[in-house]
Design a protein around this ligand. Structure first.
Ligand code: CA
Length: 648
């Protein structure tokens, strides 16, 4: 829960013909805007420390230059209340005060606004462009929009991939490796900048998470440029090669029109970063749904049994596994069109439904933009075929689709995402995206959106030992970065020791079972397709299976406790009358640490305590809390612990 305190005295706005300045503060956060020498810039301080140095705003377009010859006409500030409920994000109800500072600017003779949305730990801003005389549309060529950090800042960044490379020429798809604690001067791995979100550590002064939200069919998705020097990164648009070279990189929209919001979450600790809801605070639902969607856990044969498991007999085994685990869903992955066939899908759905399990079906997004041959292909990119498919699924009682292998971040791909979501809702289908872009406020914008991959996800543990070796570190990055701004459909929680259906060959898992269980709390997505296989019913510890039979996938609150990106993380999420507290050690050393759990437990309260014993076997005991401010934990290397407690 966030409790915000805003002093009316903290608001200060001044505009004058010569000073050309404006500012806006909420709590410890203060935004300053300056217009000088024909250029506009903004900077942000938190608790008196400048975390974002004067950074440029502006853009170039086919109707003129909105970067040079800028003057401030006027500005105004309004108080706003952010208040909404959403059942698919890290908290179920968001309520806080915020302020919006709008700069009314002139670029030469052209008018435009910059709207800043300011709350206790977040700044979001976008351009708002009115009709310019008779001109009622715009193409934006590029933006100068920037983020300038103090010299001592270090970075946690994920490089943008080169286009049309990787599996069946499907990249970029947000599946590269984050590099921790790198200097700003480091070069991005492929020379194409960095994908959102981007985390900056400003020395001892604080943290800043930069991202983007509110991207729909009316704009492209952006990323961060390579380092420009002097602390500066800028907004970069998609690469021409994306989508196999089809489609423009220059977003176009009608006027009046608005750009997506670019967001900064700031604080002197990581708590506001982990808990931020800014991605959903500044967007609105784009349609209301007549459907009620149910979230939950699923089995997914493909992750351990791979392509060979997409047949009727194996899928029935995974339905049985879902039923045995009290999971709600089974996800039927690629090649079902060939190896199960459309004729037998009704039988599979009936079989699942009889066992209380519902079905998700996989589709390729393709398309002319990659070489994907896993079927079904060429169904989701064409509105006639897509609607036919979705009506068929609705007639069978299929509850959702997973659409994979998108073509990049161009505006035409954003249109495709939106069309799939909109048509799917017409047919009562939830949508998961894989091989895809970062979701940007989509939980609130699209009522049937239930998750995106956009991360180097669990499949990589199957593919390469390197990713098993990195799993402890990457797991401890996601709550601070990727999963801080949007749902993350990771497909994790392995109980196999080896990354193969036999559980006797394949890559070695480096983490303990308890580590795996903590990821069910660390990783937030309303549908969790866990990486279990039927053998786990016999060979996995009962304590793990019992835990997974009841762990929720939706949360009413999220509270950060302690951690450092890539090293360890302790956080609590609440569901109904219980807190689920996960503590994960991403280092290869034992970790003995006491956590302050006084926000969650009381003295002498008895809690469920899950831990690794000295041999790394998962154990559960009842623990009476002696001192809620100092609850001791002993974590194994790459281990974890979980506390489940009733809310007092
Ligand atoms: Ca993938």
């Amino acid at each position: 829960m966030k409790f915000l305190f805003i002093s009316l005295a903290s608001l200060f706005v001044s505009v004058s013909a010569w000073a050309q300045q404006a500012s806006c503060s909420v709590g410890e956060l203060s935004l300053q805007v300056n217009v000088a020498s024909g250029r506009a810039s903004y900077s942000v301080t938190y608790a008196g420390q400048q975390l974002v140095k004067p950074s440029p705003v502006g853009f170039n377009s086919n109707i003129g230059d909105f970067f040079n010859d800028i003057s401030l006409v006027s500005s105004d500030v309004t108080d706003v209340v952010v208040d909404y409920s959403l059942d698919r994000i890290k908290t179920s109800h968001v309520h806080h005060d915020a302020r919006e500072l709008v700069l009314h600017l002139k670029a030469g003779q052209k008018l435009f606004d910059v709207r800043f949305h300011v709350s206790a730990n977040d700044v979001a801003f976008r351009y708002e462009i009115p009709k310019q005389g008779e001109t009622a549309s715009i193409r934006i060529f590029s933006e100068q929009t920037g983020f300038r950090f103090p010299d001592n800042s270090t970075t946690f960044l994920c490089p943008q991939s080169t286009s049309m490379v990787g599996w069946k020429r499907t990249k970029p798809s947000y599946e590269e490796e984050y590099v921790s604690d790198a200097p700003m001067s480091a070069k991005s791995a492929m020379g194409h900048g960095y994908t959102f979100p981007c985390l900056f550590h400003v020395g001892d002064n604080g943290w800043v998470l930069v991202s983007e939200t509110g991207v729909d069919s009316r704009f492209c998705a952006s990323h961060l440029s390579d380092y420009k020097g002097d602390g500066l990164y800028q907004i970069a648009y998609p690469m021409p090669e994306e989508n196999n070279g089809n489609g423009t990189v220059e977003p176009a929209m009608s006027l009046p029109g608005v750009t997506p919001w670019r967001t900064l979450t700031l604080g002197n600790s990581l708590k506001p970063i982990v808990e931020t809801t800014i991605a959903n605070d500044v967007v609105k639902p784009l349609y209301s749904s007549l459907n009620t969607y149910k979230y939950g856990r699923g089995t997914w044969s493909w992750i351990l049994w791979q392509d060979g498991s997409i047949n009727l007999a194996d899928q029935k085994q995974f339905v049985d596994l879902a039923a045995a685990m009290k999971f709600q869903y089974v996800l039927v992955d690629n090649w079902w069109d060939l190896n199960i066939t459309r004729d037998s899908i009704p039988e599979l759905v009936r079989y699942a439904n009889q066992k209380g399990v519902d079905v998700f079906l996989w589709y390729s997004s393709s398309g002319y933009w990659n070489d994907i041959e896993q079927g079904p292909i060429n169904c989701m990119d064409n509105s006639i075929i897509r609607k036919r498919e979705m009506r068929w699924m609705r007639s069978l009682g299929v509850k959702g689709i997973k659409v994979d292998f998108f073509g990049g971040d161009k505006q035409e791909t954003m249109r495709l995402y939106e069309q799939i979501l909109s048509d799917a809702d017409d047919n009562g289908l939830m949508v998961i995206f894989h091989g895809c872009t970062l979701p940007r406020g989509w939980e609130r914008m699209y009522p049937n959106y239930v998750g995106s991959e956009a991360v180097l996800a669990s499949e990589n543990l199957i593919f390469d030992q390197h990713h098993c070796d990195r799993e402890p570190v990457t797991t401890c990055l996601h709550p601070f970065i990727r999963n801080a701004v949007g749902c993350m459909e990771y497909g994790g929680c392995f109980l196999n020791k080896r990354m193969h259906r036999s559980n006797a060959s394949g890559n070695f898992r480096r983490t303990t079972d308890l580590f795996q269980l903590t990821t069910t709390i660390l990783f937030q997505n309303p549908i969790q397709n866990f990486a279990l296989a039927p053998n786990n019913l016999d060979d996995a510890p009962a304590v793990c299976l019992d835990y997974l039979r009841s762990v929720p996938t939706t949360w009413t609150a999220t509270s950060f406790i302690d951690g450092y990106p890539g090293k360890y993380v302790a956080l609590a999420r609440r569901n109904a009358d219980k807190w689920y507290i996960a503590f994960t050690n991403g280092t290869d050393k034992p970790m003995n640490k006491s956590l302050d759990l006084s926000q969650f437990v009381t003295k002498n309260q008895v809690v469920k305590f899950y831990y690794d014993d000295e041999k790394g076997n998962p154990q559960l005991k009842e623990l009476k809390i002696k001192d809620p401010k100092k609850v001791p934990f002993k974590l194994l290397p790459n281990g974890g612990s979980i506390v489940i407690c009733d809310i007092q």
